[in-house]
Design a protein around this ligand. Structure first.
Ligand code: FRU
Length: 599
């Protein structure tokens, strides 16, 4: 008898393992349904993730982790699949491993398909497509604004507004990526999650070289807006998180939030060091203006001034500000540029980035050239543009979210939504007594390209064209050209594919504009706001230079060394494969045409 007990005891771990295994094979998941669309998922996690089936068009359900009858965490909104499954998202349950976990799910009907399709796994491999070759995208899920960019020890850090639980806006976290060349990006996870003060909205990072904050020498300090849904409307305050490992892991500051106001829209802090005054500056979007604060220790902020109510475009709220000092090329003079993203109210509808050039004394920005509104990008898809902090060699590098709030939630993409523009080097130049921004592709883009063809000097006349210049397969390429006009009224450039889809571009010589038409570029029917013709002021005298960056689902046109830039999303049904030219009235000559692969 004792022998029998002993044998049973030695078998106990095996028996337990079997129970574990059988629980594992049906994932040990039990779902209970109650009245009013209240449900409880119960499990004892063995694996890292609970994979949640999502349907983009379903209403949001709300999930709360519950242990011992107590809710933990702020809750997550997920569009759990009701009728059909579009894709899965991973819910990390590893911290509950080996313990009983309940997940309270509200506002999802009992008959939904999600309940029978819950499973657990140690891995999650995202199914995302189409994927650009050289633009930054999130690993899966939703992305909007670039946030908190800074440079340190050879690495460019980029955080971004991220929903890890769906491909539509919600649950704002900061995702994190790093790069050394702006072309290859590493996914570094999601270092900032929502908390008691709300979602983690847009913001910035600084490297506190002198330890002015007491957080430690060279600490990376992140500033973001805590946006908390309250009983009435969202409450927006500013919070801090600190990283002492160079931006990978952050601890939220215990004194959060550090700055509030009575305003409804009060967000997107951009912080920088103002060397002449030996203090920090924070510029914030506040309704339809920007507010400026100062601080000596990054924690205690004092209001200094406001800018903007009577300047620029006001078709929507002002968001995501930046304030940078740049040299006016060739003059040795330096001026300040205040960047103000605005949504809606852009020149072609929806979101866009405007800027002002003037002076800044550490407390107050003064617009030196009031009058016409200046746009940083003349396409429909460049928003929330801000710059890298602490960039080396005096560089001022900006990046924008390559989309528009008008249709971002409808983009025909699988498993993710959101890409960033290529990084752009900013400088200033003078024209007709005014001062404008130049946006050039960062020089790193040159090492990302491989020459595939080069032509010199050919003449274009007549309206007929064929797409006879072959483009690299796969839809990721750069075309660089120099053109001289010889009496043409239209200098036409067309990029297209064998499905008859085209991106039509031309210089309108009389109006001195560069025009791009994406109405026939592929899928345009997912939103009435997507088909569009965009145009930019462009000089057409002498040698015209143009660099076109195509990357499967986008084009960025840089004219005359960055005097204009135009960014537009595109959804061709197959990659663009050919290019052609035409002219209206007189002729023009293509001095050089260089095509590069960007794979
Ligand atoms: C701009 C914006 C910001 C805000 C963030 C929220 O696109 O509206 O003002 O912080 O997105 O995701």
């Amino acid at each position: 008898m004792p022998g029998m007990i002993k044998r049973l005891l030695t078998m106990l771990p095996v028996l337990l393992l079997c129970i574990g295994a059988s629980a594992d094979s049906d994932h040990g998941i039990r779902v209970r349904h109650f009245s009013n669309e209240q449900n409880i998922i119960e499990l004892r996690p063995v694996h890292r993730y609970l994979l949640l089936p999502v349907e983009d068009s379903a209403p949001e359900g709300r999930l709360f982790f519950v242990q011992d009858n107590t809710v933990s965490g702020p809750g997550i909104n997920v569009r759990l699949a009701r009728e059909r499954i579009d894709y899965y998202v991973p819910l990390d349950i590893s911290e509950y491993r080996g313990r009983n976990l309940q997940i309270d799910v509200q506002a999802v009907p009992e008959g939904s398909v999600c309940w029978k399709n819950l499973s657990c796994s140690d891995d999650f491999s995202a199914d995302v497509s189409p994927v650009p070759a050289y633009h930054h995208i999130p690993p899966y899920g939703w992305m909007n604004d670039p946030n908190g960019m800074f440079y340190k020890d050879g690495v460019y850090h980029l955080y971004y507004q991220h929903n890890p639980y769906g491909c539509t806006w919600g649950n704002m976290h900061w995702g994190h990526s790093t790069s050394r060349d702006f072309v290859h990006w590493e996914n570094e996870g999601t270092p900032l999650e929502p908390d008691a003060w709300g979602y983690v909205f847009s913001g910035s990072c600084v490297v506190d070289h002198e330890n002015t904050s007491g957080f430690g020498e060279d600490a990376v300090v992140a500033f973001y807006t805590s946006s908390k849904p309250t009983m009435w409307t969202d409450c927006q305050t500013q919070s801090i998180a600190v990283s002492t490992d160079g931006g990978y892991v952050f601890d939220k500051y215990e004194g959060n939030p550090v700055l509030g106001s009575g305003l409804r829209d009060f967000r997107d802090p951009k912080v920088f060091w103002y060397a002449p005054g030996k203090h920090w500056v924070m510029i914030l979007a506040a309704g339809q203006e920007m507010q400026i604060f100062s601080s000596r220790d990054l924690k205690d902020w004092k209001y200094q001034s406001s800018f903007g109510l009577t300047h620029g475009a006001h078709g929507g709220v002002w968001e995501c500000p930046d304030l940078v000092e740049l040299e006016v090329e060739g003059t040795g003079e330096r001026k300040w540029v205040l960047i103000s993203n605005i949504n809606p109210g852009g020149p072609f509808g929806g979101s866009a980035t405007q800027y002002f050039v003037g002076t800044f004394d550490g407390k107050k920005f003064v617009n030196g050239y009031p009058g016409t509104t200046k746009w940083m990008d003349w396409g429909k898809d460049n928003y929330a543009t801000v710059t890298w902090s602490n960039a080396p060699d005096g560089r001022c590098i900006a990046i924008g979210w390559m989309s528009n709030w008008q249709y971002q939630n409808q983009l025909p993409l699988r498993g993710y939504r959101g890409a960033n523009t290529i990084a752009r080097e900013l400088s200033l130049y003078e024209r007709d007594g005014d001062v404008y921004l130049k946006s050039r592709p960062v020089k790193e883009m040159l090492s990302a390209r491989t020459a595939v063809s080069s032509e010199k000097s050919f003449r274009v006349s007549g309206m007929d064209y064929s797409l006879d210049r072959a483009l690299p397969e796969g839809g990721a390429f750069e075309v660089e050209m120099k053109i001289r006009n010889n009496g043409a009224e239209k200098i036409g450039i067309v990029v297209g594919n064998t499905a008859g889809e085209t991106v039509g571009m031309y210089y309108d010589v009389a109006r001195m504009r560069f025009v791009m038409d994406r109405t026939e570029s592929g899928r345009v029917d997912f939103s009435a706001d997507f088909p569009a013709v965009t145009s930019a002021p462009a000089s057409v005298d002498g040698t015209i230079t143009l660099r076109l960056f195509f990357d499967r689902t986008s084009v960025e046109a840089f004219g005359n060394d960055g005097e204009f830039v135009m960014t537009n999303l595109l959804f061709p049904s197959e990659p663009y494969s050919g290019m052609g030219f035409y002219s209206d009235r007189g002729a023009f000559s293509v001095v050089s045409l260089d095509i590069y692969s960007m794979e």
